[in-house]
Design a protein around this ligand. Structure first.
Ligand code: 5GP
Length: 206
């Protein structure tokens, strides 16, 4: 059977817990690879080069764009964010499912370029719960919380362009659900054309 990985894009409201879900998914199962993006935003305390992001100057980032080294890129607030091509291609070829944790403009660009991409959107069960999680994080000022809620309003407009909604109510249940969705996705007939063709050929006695 064809052993090519699936490209998976995960977006969601800030505070929906997508980062936590992905980290847990990678810890539990070893067939997933998480792409590390390049960005011009400054590192936050505790962030390391090559772990959360590859931190670039605007000049370096624009050179990456010019050399076509990014699958997609977008401007979010005042910074560039983009997905380096090499890692994604290598991992997919090696049969791993590659996860991109990116915002919606980038997500839709990836889907346009690679129509087989699986799009997942993570959300808390309700808006009061989303607000509660943003406030409880304790790391953000009221201004930032307000900004992110406004941003959520914008992102909600694109929710129905995603293949699945991931309702993050309880972490463990949610991680298992994401894993099952991806496993199910591997069984879609359009992802198994080679297998189908082989079966047909064998049945014909070729
Ligand atoms: P943050 O600055 O909070 O780490 O990320 C801000 C937003 O940029 C998040 O929604 C995150 O998912 C998104 N993002 C991170 N990396 C990329 C990327 O490579 N491309 C795009 N389009 N968005 C990204």
């Amino acid at each position: 059977m064809e052993k090519k990985g699936i490209l998976i894009v995960v977006s969601g409201f800030s505070g929906a817990g997508k980062g936590t879900i992905m980290k847990e998914l990678l810890k539990r199962y070893d067939n997933y690879a998480l792409s590390v993006s390049a960005t011009t935003r400054k590192p936050r305390p505790g962030e390391e080069e090559g772990k959360e992001y590859f931190f670039k100057t605007t000049d370096e980032f624009e050179k990456m764009i010019a050399k076509d080294e990014l699958i997609e890129y977008a401007k979010y607030v005042d910074n560039y964010y983009g997905t380096p091509r090499i890692y994604v291609e290598e991992q997919l070829k090696a049969g791993r499912d590659v996860i991109l944790e990116i915002e919606i403009q980038g997500a839709l660009k990836v889907k346009e370029k690679f129509p087989d991409t699986l799009l997942l959107f993570v959300t808390p069960p309700t808006i009061p719960e989303l607000k509660k999680r943003l406030v409880n994080r304790g790391t953000e000022t009221m201004d930032v919380i307000e900004y992110r809620l406004n941003r959520a309003k914008e992102e909600a407009k694109g929710m129905d362009r995603y293949d699945y909604l991931i309702i993050n109510d309880e972490l463990n249940t949610c991680v298992e659900e994401v894993h099952r969705i991806i496993q199910g996705e591997h069984r879609r007939s359009f992802r198994n054309q080679e297998f189908i063709e082989n079966m047909k050929r064998e049945l014909k006695g070729e």
